[in-house]
Design a protein around this ligand. Structure first.
Ligand code: FES
Length: 180
């Protein structure tokens, strides 16, 4: 019986996150004078153990079942002030559930792409020595238009659109179709 209580406790925490309510239910059970002291102790210790287990499992479950719907709906992200990006630099950022990369080339222009390599899906980075987008996994290279120029990548990187607000100087990156 004790395990049913504890399992219920764990499941309710994971699904509702309302620990206060669950604690109240357990306390009501404990205040029942028919419950012997040994059982009280068992319940308390097991409940604590399961609560700890639940607090460890909850983030894991949220990670395993990400909010795909929410993330899939992302059509643009703000990346802050344009002048915070040095010339000849790149930064990987999160675009919904996917990585993106924004590059400020040696010419000062901004470009952005999905950062998943078209070979075997490693995340690409900017190589400021060569001025190319580079995939460290198998030495794949893309130029600053996202075109695959050497190594195993079979296709270009899909582009993202970069807009800089002329008043605020803030960079907004969006899907090309979202800003058309
Ligand atoms: S995963 Fe990028 S080159 Fe292989």
């Amino acid at each position: 019986m004790i395990y049913i209580y504890c399992l219920s406790y764990l499941v309710l925490i994971i699904h509702s996150g309302n620990e206060a309510l669950i604690d109240r239910i357990i306390l009501e059970e404990l205040s029942n004078p028919k419950i012997p002291r040994r059982r009280f102790l068992d319940l308390f210790l097991s409940g604590t153990g399961f609560a700890v287990l639940g607090s460890l499992l909850y983030p894991l479950l949220r990670y395993i079942t990400p909010m795909e719907q929410e993330e899939a709906a992302v059509s643009s992200v703000s990346l802050g002030a344009a002048d915070e990006f040095p010339v000849n630099s790149g930064r990987v950022f999160r675009f919904g559930s996917q990585p993106g990369i924004i590059i400020r080339g040696r010419d000062g222009k901004f470009r952005a792409f999905y950062a998943t390599c078209t070979h075997l899906s490693c995340i690409v980075q900017y190589d400021d020595r060569e001025g190319v987008i580079w995939c460290a996994c198998h030495n794949g290279r893309y130029d600053l238009n996202g075109i695959n120029i050497s190594g195993p990548p079979p296709r270009p990187l899909p582009p993202l659109k970069v807009n800089i607000n002329p008043d605020s100087g803030q960079i907004m990156v969006s899907r090309p179709e979202a800003s058309a």
